[in-house]
Design a protein around this ligand. Sequence first.
Ligand code: PEP
Ligand code: MG
Length: 755
Amino acid sequence: MERTTPVAGPRLILRRLRDVMARAGTAQERLDQVVRIVAGEMVAEVCSIYVLRAGDILELFATQGLNPDAVHRTRLRLGEGIVGDIAANERPLSLADAQTHPSFAYRPETGEEIYHSMAGVPILRGEKVLGVLAVQNRTLRQYDEEEIETLENVAMVLAELVASGELVNPEEIKPIDGTGLLPVRLDGVQLNGGVAIGKAVLHEPRIFISKVIAEDTALEQKRFIEALGVVRADLDRMLESDHLGHGEHREVLETFRMFADDRGWVERIREAIGTGLTAEAGVQRAFDDMRVRFSEISDPYIQERLADLSDLTRRLLLRLMGRGSVLDAASLPDDAVIVARDLGPADLLEYDRGKLRGIVLEAGSALSHVAIVARALDLPVVGRVEDITGRVEPGDPIVVDGDNAQVFIRPAEEIQQQVADTLQAVEQRRRQYAALRELPAATRDGVAVSLRVNAGLLIDLQHLATTGADGVGLYRTEITFMVRSQFPDVEEQAQLYRRVLDQADGKPVAFRTLDVGGDKVLPYVESFGDENPAMGWRAIRIGLDRPAMLRRQLRAIIMAAEGRPIWIMFPMVADLAELRQARHLLDLELTRARGRGTTTPARVSVGVMLEVPALLWQLPELLREIDFLSVGSNDLVQFLFAADRGNPRLAGRYDTLSPSVLRALRNVVEACKRANVELSLCGEMAGKPIEAMALLGVGLRTLSMAPGGFGPVKSMVRALDLARFTGYLDALIGGSQRSVRDSIRLFARDHGIPL
Ligand code: PEP
Ligand code: MG
């Protein structure tokens, strides 16, 4: 394989392009000159430019080296051939032998059969593809990184030319949605529940850079550093402002702020400017590079870091272009629904909360920072709505239905009315549930039930007060770890747990030790790509294999207690030996704390989550050694049925309300009673009134649930005649029905129990 050293540095090419752009002439003439310059400087026999036209067609607009007759004749669909592949995937390709590439599409009119190697880059503007720039050589040439970067710089210049509208009708470049101004309903995924109606506000319509090539590189470097300083100061100010409070959304912003100090990122921008770009173009180039590099990685954590970077990039660009704030606060309507491709946490916090109603995004995942902040602000969010930014016009009426993961743009009058009715009904129900707050959670026949909430973020603790719950039955500690970029040290963990206990104000909180691994990957903990993540190296299995990590967490909980009683539970325990090992680590930490004179907790209650079916046959032995048992029905049920809990195709294959699950739970209840060990259940079942009713029927008396289920479950409890229902359910469980759900529903209907 032959290697050719490029004869020109990127700066030289940019300088020559600047001259071309400054000269008089049509856009087409400029394109023709660009391909000649690039081919010459890069020692490529071919240089071609394809421009994206209406209907997702890539048309050859200029070439040096291919048959000139092919210009404006050769057309490829987006995704077709290597050029189409580059455009469709928005990333560069460099191929020493292009003809063996699976995407290769031969076009006889071009005469390209004699060229073997090829490198191409997308022409991007505001993250939209406008075309492709490619070079080819006869030999099996390996294009190096610097050459690809040179092509990317040229592509940035070309983007401005294409966008000028001189080459193709500007209408062709505009996204075609085919929807006109008709009402549209779009599906996405729920990032936060709730329903809202308001007016669409397009979050920062894309920023376009008009000047790409630098006159004075030193000056551009200086401009960049100055702008970075201002952006950092802005973020510091946001962090200092009072309205942030002390929830994880603040930590999220702190993590985000750290990005602005990331040396690698800053260096990449400086290098890009060093190649002859303006500061603006350098910032954009560094972001585009990262986007390409990360685009193949579906890991939600990485994608979220990209969203953070996009937020920072935009802040910098605005600064550099002399446009102060990200937002024009005065023009924000009173009922704004923010529509964005993606949104960073800082972006969201910059909007006036009083005017925000909801958020719709093209990107996003449930763990995204924006979702966490939106939860804190109690805003409905629908994510992964395809091309929402292209389909909505500013000011359009828009409905965000977070509960059903859908969005209505310009909804018909009836839908708007329906949503208004729903909002009213939601409000009414909220008031009814709030009224229940002070009433005891006891059945009609006087059986007291303990209702608790599940939590994972500090912000969730507020639900203890709003619901009147008895405590936190499950605190999923991993959630905080997942929104961070590095492992929090003991003091940081202790600080968080201390705040949790402070806010719980004496009510019990069951801290579950880290349940990561499998699909809940922490970027700073090695993972092994388990084939069956739910049954893989996760939870206590990691904790026992990495005892230092588990010990640090236990130490933090002990420190946080400051003498208060604590409840600790271990997830995914499969046998007694695992509990003993975990307990041993806890004892070591308690001894260590005593040795150091740290005030130890008044009482340490140790619990196990019943999630692995094997434990069902070790209960008598297990229960002798623990203070409480909490059924993790989400995992337990998926393992009992060997059916992935997240696979929608399996959802109809089994029912949690089957006699097998309920019989198993009834046995657990009896075993705990015999052993005098506290029992609770903290899986999703607990928060669904019909399932909670069945749980009470088999003897459970403590349920811990997502806060949203609290009101409905409490209403059910207060209407239930438990003795009567238990007899009814016993008979059903003894029978051979596949599911007892319908029968319970009938009972509830006949006895006026709201489900
Ligand atoms: C469960 O498995 O029921 C549970 C509560 O744990 P998680 O949903 O966090 O796996
Ligand atoms: Mg679980």
